[in-house]
Design a protein around this ligand. Structure first.
Ligand code: F3S
Length: 386
């Protein structure tokens, strides 16, 4: 492959993978079963990224394993509601056309695990979206390093990934042990814990004691850990499939007062935003149910945008959840999110979020102010009975 027997694109992809393998001290490459590729939003990769992907597709690049992509900068069915100009729309469509031509499935979601892509324990994958990588390693027991959009694409084109880091069982050991002495109940509180610990952990594997998060809280906490830090895996005692702590691991304790400080740092209970945004990472069906239940029989006094994958939205449609949300005045956007779409072009200056990851990235990436709050509070204060 490296010598070009399978064409230009495969040879280039191998060159990149071999170089990365050498940098990280990998002894060899191994086969992986899927690739999840970031670098999809035109807002983030622009014309240069679009042209790079288009050239690759024109040169005959084709994926050899199932490959999926992250959200784009717009909802493909309602981009006319997103205040985008023609140039922007064409740029985004060129990116998607290039991925399609290469055989990538245009799933446009950061939560492939909510649409049936759930690698099993011990399965090697090459995923790029940081919140999906940490979910796969921590909750599913699958094995992935934090790939870049380019390296995940190279794996998609070759079916291979360098064998180092979290692909090796002996490296899946926590070197930071966190004893939590705070009462955390809501997913957003676990996300705040993740945000705080992510900054302390940097790129280490973290093990938590003293918490019992549910699945939604684990997802929110992982997304935050992988945003403020480069954490690719965490463990929770008696909860996650793997639990292995280095005897010499650094031990820290997190108190309630530190959670409160982090909450405030993330814009907790700041000035109310123009729009409520939910779904970072993309909402699951369960999360949409929670929103619909709170909105049932009520009318929103300000816009509410919920972001999810198209597949999960169609499940929500079938269950009548979309209808409840829309009757209340909310909108469900697919294929995109509040961070990778240019939400500021819609005249939005500030947003309410329930996600520590969105609170962390939105001010710099979307140029909006952020308020972090619990879902119940946001919906109750922004609605009235019909
Ligand atoms: Fe997903 Fe966008 Fe958040 S890609 S993890 S919803 S920033």
């Amino acid at each position: 492959m490296l010598e070009g027997e399978r064409g230009y694109a495969v040879s280039k992809a191998m060159e990149i993978l071999v170089t990365l393998g050498k940098i990280y001290g990998a002894q060899r490459l191994i086969e992986c079963t899927s690739a999840q590729i970031s670098g999809v939003s035109y807002k983030n990769i622009g014309d240069a990224g679009a042209q790079f992907l288009w050239d690759l597709a024109q040169k005959g690049a084709k994926v050899v394993i199932p490959a999926y992509i992250n959200p784009s900068a717009m909802d493909l069915e309602r981009f006319d509601e997103m205040a985008l100009d023609q140039r922007f729309i064409e740029g985004q469509l060129k990116i998607l056309k290039a991925y399609s031509k290469m055989g990538v499935k245009t799933t446009l979601t950061c939560t492939p695990y909510h649409i049936g892509v759930e690698p099993s324990r011990g399965e090697h994958v090459a995923w790029a979206e940081s919140s999906a990588v940490i979910y796969a390693n921590s909750l599913l027991g699958a094995m992935s390093n934090r790939e870049s959009g380019v390296s995940a694409l190279c794996s998609a084109l070759t079916g291979l990934t360098p064998y180092y880091g979290l692909h090796l069982k002996e490296n899946r050991v926590a070197t930071l042990l966190v004893e939590v002495k705070a009462e955390l109940l809501d997913p957003v509180e676990f996300a705040v814990l993740g945000s705080l610990v992510g900054r302390i952990a940097s790129n280490r594997i973290v093990a938590f004691k003293g918490i019992s998060p549910d699945k939604e809280s684990l997802k929110a906490m992982g997304a935050a850990l992988s945003s403020t830090g480069a954490v690719a895996m965490f463990m929770v005692e008696r909860v996650t499939p793997e639990w292995c702590v280095e005897p010499s691991a650094e031990k820290i304790t997190i108190e309630q007062s530190e959670i409160k400080e982090e909450w405030e740092r993330l814009g907790g209970d700041a000035t109310p935003g123009d729009v409520i945004t939910i779904g970072c990472p993309h909402a699951s069906l369960e999360e949409i149910k929670r929103v619909a239940l709170l909105l049932k029989g009520r009318r929103l006094k300000k816009p509410l945008y919920l972001y999810t994958s198209r597949i999960v939205k169609s499940q929500a449609d079938n269950l009548g959840l979309t209808k409840i949300i829309e009757e209340a005045g909310g909108k469900i956007f697919c294929d995109t999110c509040m961070v990778v779409s240019p939400i500021d072009r819609m005249g939005v200056k500030s947003i309410d979020v329930v996600s520590a990851k969105a609170a962390f990235y939105s001010p710099s990436m979307s140029h909006v102010n952020v308020r972090l709050a619990k879902l119940e509070k946001l919906i109750l204060e922004s609605t009235e009975a019909m």
